[in-house]
Ligand binder design. Structure first.
Ligand SMILES: Nc1ncnc2c1ncn2[C@@H]1O[C@H](COP(=O)(O)OP(=O)(O)OP(=O)(O)O)[C@@H](O)[C@H]1O
Ligand SMILES: [Mg+2]
Length: 335
């Protein structure tokens, strides 16, 4: 089944490119974004890779500020460390209003510790991505995300829950917030987002002073933001998840698992980009014949394991793909 990229570019608002490390996510996100820009869509291409791979692929210096690259195409590279710092600074700012001045130093120390706690980077990135989705969709026709390798992306999507737990942990560190902590237990995601406090007759906000209520409403606002993000990402009308893979054993197996895992969490996968497909004409000696035979096995394997997913093959290029010219050549291959 042929994957129709042009149609996705036309019809969707968000394209997420995921896949195992090194299979070509950055290259193909750039190619798709370029193609979309050429088709007249106003595009924002975003990467969350600390290795600044977008800058490398496009052969231009990008950073944490939006940069206009060619007509209709703007790019942005988010750095997880910078995002954590900014995020913790915001959290600290909010909490300073809540704790007394004598506790601020201790609070800062606690926050420095959480900087390295699992999930802190993801939480910070999720918050930034959520804001990007909220306001980016107003300014751009299409957002293309070059996401980090598979597991990471999947974690990001389960973060509304993880984030709630993390924020709770953070607050519970602070002894004076224990009362608030117990309120936050009521905010677990099993509760409806429309009625996050559970039974209104049993209002846990009672007994909180004004500052505590403010902090609580900030936290609630954040949870709603994440919920909106998940709603956009799991809406197949708006968002398409594409998996990049190469016709080799491990990428095929890992992709199959990731596809199932996403589908299991209610996120539909739009298709597969099978990258680095060797041309048949490569088989002019034993080595290449053997590589081609192996490739044929895995191309078949992909069809059998994921028969319901449309695919598009992208040919292995003679050389690495770098700079606009090289990326445009790949974009021209996409249909
Ligand atoms: N079809 C192709 N033909 C030849 N080279 C390719 C092709 N696709 C990607 N490459 C090259 O493979 C290398 C890895 O690609 P890329 O950086 O896009 O992978 P990635 O999935 O983003 O990696 P990471 O997981 O590290 O972010 C790059 O040097 C790129 O130029
Ligand atoms: Mg990459």
């Amino acid at each position: 089944m042929q994957l129709d990229i042009s149609q996705l570019i036309h019809n969707k608002r968000v394209l997420m490119c995921g896949g195992k490390g090194g299979v070509g996510k950055t290259t193909l996100s750039c190619a798709i974004a370029l193609k979309a820009a050429q088709m007249g869509r106003k595009v924002l291409l975003v990467s969350t890779d600390p290795a600044h791979s977008l800058s490398d692929a496009l052969a231009i210096q990008i950073g944490s500020k939006e940069k206009h690259v060619v007509n209709n195409l703007t790019v942005l590279e988010l750095d997880p460390d910078t995002e954590v710092d900014a995020y913790l600074e915001r959290v600290l700012g909010q909490m300073r209003r809540y704790v007394g001045p004598d506790k601020v130093t201790e609070l800062e120390r606690q926050l420095q510790l959480t900087r390295h706690s699992p999930g802190a980077q993801e939480a910070a990135l999720l918050e930034r991505l959520s804001h990007l989705l909220d306001e980016g969709l107003e300014r751009f026709d299409l957002l293309v995300f070059d996401t980090a390798p598979t597991g990471h992306t999947l974690r990001l999507l389960s973060l509304p829950e993880a984030m709630a737990v993390w924020t709770q942990g953070l607050l519970q560190h602070n002894k004076r917030s224990q009362q608030l902590g117990s309120v936050l237990e009521h905010l677990t995601p099993s509760r409806s987002i429309d009625n996050p406090l559970g039974d209104p007759a049993n209002n846990p906000l009672e007994g909180l002073d004004e500052r505590q209520q403010k902090l609580l409403s900030t936290l609630l606002e954040r949870q709603r933001l994440f919920q909106r993000t998940r709603n956009i990402l799991s809406n197949a009308e708006k968002t398409a998840f594409l998996f990049v893979l190469t016709p080799e054993r491990l990428p095929v197996m890992e992709t199959e698992r990731a596809v199932h895992s996403l589908q299991h969490s209610g996120i539909p996968v739009a298709g597969l980009l099978v990258n680095r497909v060797m041309p048949e004409s490569a088989a002019d000696n034993h080595f290449w014949q053997s590589r081609l035979q192996q490739q044929a096995v895995y191309l078949q394997d992909i069809n059998q394991r994921m028969p319901n997913l449309a695919q598009q093959h992208i040919a292995l290029q003679e050389q690495d793909i770098q700079g606009l010219a090289g990326l445009e050549a790949v974009a021209a291959q996409l249909v």
